[in-house]
Design a protein around this ligand. Structure first.
Ligand SMILES: Nc1ncnc2c1ncn2[C@@H]1O[C@H](COP(=O)(O)OP(=O)(O)O)[C@@H](O)[C@H]1O
Ligand SMILES: [Mg+2]
Length: 509
């Protein structure tokens, strides 16, 4: 029997890293084969080799039983391989048809037979049941449909093997469901093959027939999805047992640490972004805010952390209100902030690890001498200590922050914010885009700090994370808190209804 793809001992050596180390893998026809591994494991590199975007240092690629040579993507396309990248390569002002035929125009004759192409595109749309029109403009389409256009491009070129590199990172749950339906029940079912890259375990379990795991550039193994569990895959990915559920003792809430009273934030077009929100967070408890992104959570966090002034309402930190609050005053009041966008607010990517680890504290007496001179030796030692304690890899005081993987970059922020010994922690999307080993670590840091008496406000669009970590959960919808439940009462259904704006009273009435 021939395989759609067979890799034999693929090795890819970059100047500084061995990105793929003797990887062998077989992808069956008519199946969805998931490739998983933590950030930096070597997944994208391997796929670029299969797609002819970069040469392997050594090893063989076999496609449908034949040993092949890839020089560029045209070779791959000729062999029936298509790839959808994480960042789309579409031309926004052009139509679906124009994008699909771009680069695949008939080479014989002088003019492109647009009508024929359009007809073919329409047929494919019908065959694969995409919610697209050949004449739609790309710029008018939501992300999920733009991705379908990328897929359509490969289908138009006759792809029988489709590679998707982290395709769901940009999709809503509904769009993901549609994509999965196409891949599994339509594309693979009719005999084609899919290589699906992800590090979201529940997705991998849902979509795939077989799972291959790579870690540090090495193939750890391939297993059938049937019978696999999140734990087994996580263990293969990380190389040890991973606690996917957060283990925590019951909370011992103390004094009110953070008090939010009637906070309203009015936006540019007079719309209330946050409307009359009130709640407390006590020391020693984690209060989670759940909600679909864009329902005022970001503005609420900005108000609490001093990044924006609420239009009305009051915020008290350890019992004190601040006059003319700003980020520095809020920090001085004992608040640490893990911002939702680590690349914009959390880190200065060009700056070194040690500089990033004292951001906001350059003038504190820990790091700055009486004459305003930075204590460089202390700053460097601080970096080494924190990198060790928070398991930041690689361990380096001088590496620019932009060179870390997502998980390690996030650990840097957590390390810096926890070092301040805060009384209140505002954690926004603390593990977004972070690999599971680092998620486990960050969750444990937050729970440990809560057990030491920290008041934690957790804001996350990841419902699983909110349910796992929080002692109490508030749900935001269109700027308001529509309900509160204890961790014990929280179910996905209950929170899901509130996230859609259904108030708990309305449900029971
Ligand atoms: N063009 C390149 N030059 C040097 N190193 C690279 C290049 N591309 C990837 N790497 C390195 O190879 C390793 C694997 O990267 P990648 O294949 O992107 O991982 P993944 O997709 O699993 O997150 C990483 O250490 C990455 O920094
Ligand atoms: Mg990748």
């Amino acid at each position: 029997m021939s395989y759609a793809i067979e890799l034999r001992g693929i090795t890819k050596r970059f100047p500084l890293v061995l990105a793929n180390d003797n990887i062998s893998m077989r992808v069956k026809w008519g199946s969805v084969h998931a490739l998983v591994g933590e950030n930096g494991a070597g997944k994208s590199t391997l796929m670029k080799i299969i797609y002819g975007m970069q040469p392997a240092t050594s090893g063989e690629i076999w496609v449908d039983g034949k040993h092949v040579q890839m020089h560029d993507p045209r070779d791959a396309i000729r062999l029936g391989i298509g790839m959808v990248h994480q960042h789309f390569m579409l031309v926004e002002p052009l139509t679906v048809t124009e994008n699909v035929i771009l680069g695949a125009e008939p080479t014989l004759g002088t003019s492109i037979n647009y009508a024929t192409a359009r007809k073919r595109v329409a047929e494919l749309i019908k065959q694969f049941n995409f919610d697209l029109d050949p004449d739609d403009k790309i710029e008018d389409l939501p992300v999920g449909l733009q991705q379908k256009v990328e897929i359509l491009k490969t289908l138009y070129r006759g792809a029988r093997i489709l590679i998707l590199d982290e395709p769901t990172a940009v999709l809503t749950p509904g769009e993901t469901k549609e994509l999965f339906d196409f891949l599994k029940n339509n594309y693979a079912k009719s005999g084609n093959s899919v290589i699906f890259i992800s590090h979201k375990l529940h997705e991998v379990l849902e979509i795939s027939d077989e799972i291959s795991v790579i870690r540090d550039g090495k193939m750890i193994g391939s297993i059938p999805t049937q019978g696999a569990t999140p734990e087994t895959i996580a263990r293969m990915m990380v190389g040890r047992d991973v606690v996917l559920r957060v283990d925590k003792a019951p909370p011992r809430p103390g004094e009110v640490a953070l008090e939010v009273r009637g906070v309203t934030v009015v936006g540019e077009n007079k719309k209330n972004l946050v409307h009359n929100v009130s709640f407390n967070v006590r020391s020693g408890e984690i209060v989670g805010i759940a909600g679909v992104e864009g329902n005022g959570q970001s503005q609420l966090v900005e108000a609490i952390t001093g990044l924006l002034r609420p239009t009305s309402g009051e915020i008290r930190y350890l019992g004190k209100a601040l006059s003319r609050p700003d980020a520095a005053k809020v920090t001085a009041a004992g608040v640490s902030h893990i911002p939702e966008d680590r690349n914009e607010r959390g880190l200065v990517l060009e700056m070194s690890t040690q500089e990033n680890l004292i951001l906001g504290e350059q003038r504190s007496k820990d790091f700055c001498g009486p004459l305003g001179l930075l204590k460089l030796d202390v700053i460097e030692r601080n970096a080494h200590e924190l990198a060790q304690k928070y398991d930041v890899r690689p361990r380096s005081a001088s590496l620019p922050a932009g060179r870390y993987s997502g998980g390690n970059a996030q650990k840097l922020i957590v390390a810096r914010e926890m070092r301040k010994n805060p009384k209140i922690l505002v954690a926004s999307q603390p593990t977004r885009g972070v690999d599971i080993g680092a998620i486990e670590f960050i969750h444990k840091q937050i729970v440990d700090a809560r057990d030491q008496g920290l008041a934690v406000l957790l804001v996350s669009a990841d419902l699983g994370e909110v349910m796992n970590l929080s002692d109490r959960i508030l749900v935001m919808f269109e700027g308001e808190v529509v309900g509160e439940v204890s961790a014990a009462e929280a179910t996905e259904e209950r929170l899901g209804l509130m996230m859609a704006g259904v108030r708990p009273e309305a449900k029971t009435a």
